[in-house]
Write a protein that binds this ligand. Structure first.
Ligand code: UDP
Ligand code: MG
Length: 148
């Protein structure tokens, strides 16, 4: 089953959105495979966002990600990468549709509450970075009620 890396950013944690965000992925029918509440240091955050290192907002982005604890997660399910991005909403909350996480809970692009992998390939890289010891393999007993 496809997997994606989802992270509740420090603003999402501080604002008490952990339960709400996890609930949205859970209720959709996706399966939680990994969960870690942690802070990361500068070099780790720079590695996670390495593709964006040339962008003018990169230093501020790294400061933001290391400013407090985050919730790092692996979610599994059919098309979870693409659907996860839809649940999250557009990068800029000013353009995220209502009903999406960013559309409902964020205003500024630099405080947009949540990260989600943008491709299956990047999901694999991010999962390997954040969960080097692997994830928890299990199959939900609801599987046949969610997939035909
Ligand atoms: N970001 C920012 N300013 C920008 C673009 C992005 O602060 O002009 C931040 C924002 O928090 C975003 C993150 O950098 O979520 C990563 O950017 P990306 O383009 O990968 O967006 P995402 O994949 O998170 O939607
Ligand atoms: Mg991205």
């Amino acid at each position: 089953m496809e997997q994606t890396f989802i992270m509740i950013k420090p603003d999402g944690v501080q604002r008490g959105l952990i339960g709400e965000i996890i609930g949205r992925f859970e209720k959709k029918g996706f399966t939680l495979k990994g969960l870690k509440f942690t802070t990361v240091d500068r070099s780790f955050a720079e590695k996670h966002y390495a593709d964006l290192s040339a962008k003018p907002f990169f230093p501020g982005l790294v400061d933001y990600i290391i400013s407090g604890p985050v919730v790092a997660m692996v979610w599994a399910g059919s098309k979870v990468v693409t659907t996860g991005r839809k649940i999250i909403g557009a990068t800029n909350p000013a353009e995220s549709a209502p009903g999406t996480i960013r559309g409902d809970y964020a205003i500024d692009i630099g405080r947009n509450v949540i990260h989600g992998s943008d491709s299956v390939e990047n999901a694999k890289k991010e999962i390997a970075l954040w969960f080097p010891d692997g994830v928890t393999e299990w199959q939900s007993s609801l599987h046949s009620w969610i997939y035909e």
